[in-house]
Design a protein around this ligand. Structure first.
Ligand code: AHM
Ligand code: MG
Length: 335
């Protein structure tokens, strides 16, 4: 019989795995859990109430925000600020980082980086979206204000990372460096249950995910890798299957479970691609590695890239180890 364990219980139980176990991680997860439930509720009634549609304001990347982006950002911010374990937060929806360095957050050791609602343009058409988060230990002195350098740390310094997928069911998946664990939300009682302990991704896969509409602009190596994916070779299970939702968390989650590669390469007028290193690529790269997969920018390990700015973008290849290595091979030959 399966055991009934909640996310809250599991995090407390696993607290000893956390490098600096003082109970703070479970409180931070408490905040993430609460905000996720609120966002879940809002997303699920998006078709019923007049909340969907562009809010009219642009984010720092010049893209139109949906109302639920703003809503999710506000809820995560409020939940974090109320706890006091996070001294600052950087969000894809904010121009610069926010400091909570007042009152009970003064002297707290962690910063949060978050994409509060990734793929939000999908909400209007009832397609899955996700929240992606990442937690670092601050490096500036605890008695001073939180600094930009606290947020510009390479992904290999993350102490926790995860995502929430708002799909046919809502799931929260996280790692603290001891495997990847998934929890499924039961909305009737408001609880995340442990449903996927120690998630592993297959070393080989059959799915490739990329926006092929940009084909003409892709680097030569990517074009050749795509041709490789589409060629017939029963020995290597090719041709592969093409699947692209256009919602990173959903594409990533499916590929992690089934085996596959997600790619967002550089292209003609976007030398660094589209995805953001700090809010999207690093947390998912760590989860990929922790589940046995790989994440690179085509040459370098994503987690070793030293960030220089908050909203930095990076080409992204993530998923099953052998598939990512094969794509890299094509990129090396033909950058
Ligand atoms: P967003 O953060 O503005 O939502 O953009 C990120 C999203 C990802 O979820 C998705 O994989 C990608 O953008 C899709 O981009 P495109 O439409 O160019 O394929
Ligand atoms: Mg995003």
């Amino acid at each position: 019989m399966s055991k009934l364990i909640t996310l809250g219980e599991y995090v407390i139980h696993k607290q000893q795995d956390f490098p600096h176990a003082t109970g703070e991680l479970s409180q931070i997860f408490g905040a993430i859990r609460l905000a996720s439930k609120i966002v879940h509720r809002e997303i699920n009634k998006a078709g019923l109430v007049d909340i969907i549609g562009a809010s009219g304001s642009d984010n720092v990347q010049g893209e139109q925000q949906q109302k639920l982006d703003v809503y999710a950002n506000e809820k995560f911010k409020a939940a974090m600020e109320a706890r006091g374990q996070i001294c600052g937060m950087a969000s894809e929806e904010e121009d610069s980082f926010i400091s909570f360095n007042e009152g009970h957050s003064k002297g707290s050791k962690y910063v949060l980086l978050i994409d509060p609602l990734d793929g939000s343009s999908n909400i209007d058409v009832n397609v899955s979206v996700g929240t992606i988060f990442s937690i670092y230990r601050r490096i500036s002195p605890l008695d001073g204000p939180v600094q930009l350098e606290d947020f510009l740390q390479p992904g290999n310094k993350q102490v926790a990372a995860g995502y929430v997928i708002f799909g046919s069911s809502t799931m929260l998946v996280y790692t603290t460096g001891n495997g990847v664990h998934g929890f499924t939300f039961d909305p009737s009682i408001g609880v995340f249950y442990l449903s996927h302990e120690n998630m592993r991704t297959p070393e080989d896969g059959k799915i490739y995910s990329i926006n092929e509409g940009n084909y003409i602009k892709f680097p030569q190596g990517v074009k050749q890798y795509l041709k490789y994916c589409q060629e017939m070779d029963p020995e290597t299970n090719r041709p592969y299957t093409s699947r692209y939702i256009g919602s990173l968390v959903s594409d990533f989650h499916r590929n992690m479970i089934k085996g596959g590669i997600y790619m967002y390469p550089s292209y003609a007028n976007a030398p660094n691609g589209k995805l953001r290193l700090l809010y999207e690529c690093n947390p998912l790269a760590w989860i990929a590695e922790q589940s046995g997969g790989k994440a690179t920018d085509g040459r370098r390990r994503i987690l070793d890239i030293e960030p220089t700015e908050l909203h930095q973008r990076v080409p992204y290849y993530v998923g099953s180890k052998n598939m990512v290595e094969k794509a890299e091979e094509f990129l090396r030959k033909c950058p």
